[in-house]
Design a protein around this ligand. Structure first.
Ligand SMILES: [Zn+2]
Ligand SMILES: [Zn+2]
Length: 412
């Protein structure tokens, strides 16, 4: 049975148990009068005091009729008040409306964590583009934005980055706020005993500014979000690390970004949040899979050998994820991090997280032009390994096929 996680409050429920919201439309079928709007106090309380009283009046919410499947078959339940049918499902706990196709598949929450300027919006925008093109082609996957809000922002992000060559942060400071996750439907081929078909997964990307992990008011929401997450992608800007900054300062190139909350601090706050929510069962280490992605690897080229795996994308041949390739990248990143601030970040992550993998990626493939730091390179984004962290998390959940390390040919 399909399990749906509310992308707004992270309440988990069986799809068939979700209530409906009446659309207050005249049907003409029975000549009935449409329902009047009713005060939705559950929703208003969840949204907070910023919602004006008039907007609190919404279509009445009703429980699914007893014995009503409500899934597939195209049958819709009739509102007990007016007799009109409605397709709109709402969360039981917060009464937020779900996008029309959100409840047809299981949900996977991917939490994206990083300091404010770690490039989270650029990362998601380029990742989505790769999943639709190069990576999607390799895995025979397709990705669709769900709901009007994500569709609009998805289009705006793509226009900014790919048409105008503007980095999202420069134009839209909060492209992904805490209250508006990005919702996508990922469709992958399913090869089973019953033949071929598609398997759909709702991917929820949630942006958590690392700075907010400490604030008491955000704490309650964040812990729900983080404990619902199937995996965490933590973006680490290497230019935030003291020893990397020192090594880069001598060279030319664009100015270094301002120093923000350190990755060590963000990782420590993240681990303590997850522990307080019962996700720390394995000898005190947090069990949520943690993909630590060091960004801007294009800036690190002077530190890499000529055969570094960070210089090219994974092949994804045959639509299979090569776990040996991931381990090569993991070891390369691990040894690089050993030289950064005496390996403090690496040690702390390994102490706090039981399932941990290091990644290195570049969303743009080259630094922004020195004279225009808010622009993408003139050639447009040429990402390197941007898909690796997400594919690892999907592989762990058996959503894509994985070739185990050493399973093919002899190791070099
Ligand atoms: Zn909810
Ligand atoms: Zn009604």
């Amino acid at each position: 049975m399909t399990t749906v996680i509310c992308p707004y409050c992270f309440h988990r429920a069986k799809a068939a148990h979700l209530p409906y919201r009446c659309l207050m439309k005249a049907t003409g079928i029975r000549g009935g009068k449409p329902c009047d709007a009713a005060r939705d106090d559950v929703w208003a309380e969840f949204m907070g005091p910023s919602v004006p009283p008039a907007l609190r009046m919404r279509g009445p919410v009703f429980a699914p009729p007893r014995g009503f499947g409500g899934l597939g078959g195209g049958s819709l339940p009739a509102c007990p008040g007016c007799g009109a049918t409605t397709p709109v499902r709402v969360c039981r706990r917060c009464h937020s409306d779900f996008p029309s196709d959100y409840c047809d598949q299981d949900s996977r929450i991917i939490a994206l964590v990083g300091a404010k300027a770690s490039g989270k919006s650029t990362y998601v925008s380029v990742l989505v583009n790769e999943l639709r093109n190069r990576v999607g082609g390799a895995y025979n996957a397709s990705l669709a934005a769900m709901g009007g809000d994500t569709q609009r922002r998805d289009r705006e992000m793509a226009e900014d980055l790919y048409d105008r060559l503007r980095l999202p942060e420069a134009t839209r400071p909060a492209a992904m706020g805490f209250n508006d996750p990005l919702l996508y439907r990922l469709s992958l081929p399913r090869r089973g005993a019953l033949g071929e078909g598609s398997r759909h997964t709702a991917l929820v990307f949630f942006d958590a500014a690392g700075e907010d992990l400490k604030s008491a008011e955000a704490m309650d929401r964040y812990t729900h979000y983080l404990s619902a997450a199937d995996g965490i992608i933590m973006l680490v800007d290497p230019l935030q690390l003291g020893s990397v900054r020192d090594q880069m300062a001598a060279g030319e190139g664009p100015p270094l970004p301002a120093v923000e909350t350190s990755p060590q601090q963000i990782a420590a706050d993240l681990a303590s949040q997850l522990r307080t929510h019962g996700r720390g069962r394995q000898r005190g280490r947090v069990t949520t899979p943690m993909a630590v992605a060091v960004t801007k690897t294009d800036m690190l080229r002077p530190l890499l050998g000529p055969h570094s795996p960070l210089l090219h994308n994974a092949s994804h041949s045959g639509g299979v994820l090569d776990d040996g390739d991931r381990l090569t990248v993991h070891e390369e990143m691990r040894s690089l991090m050993e030289g950064w601030d005496s390996g403090a970040l690496r040690r702390q992550l390994e102490r706090d997280f039981a399932e941990l993998s290091f990644f290195g990626l570049s969303a743009l493939g080259a630094p922004p032009p020195a004279h225009a730091p808010a622009d993408a390179p003139k050639s447009g984004p040429q990402p390197l390994r941007i898909e690796d962290p997400l594919l690892w998390l999907l592989g762990r959940r058996k959503l894509i096929p994985v070739r185990k390390a050493g399973a093919k040919g002899a190791p070099a």
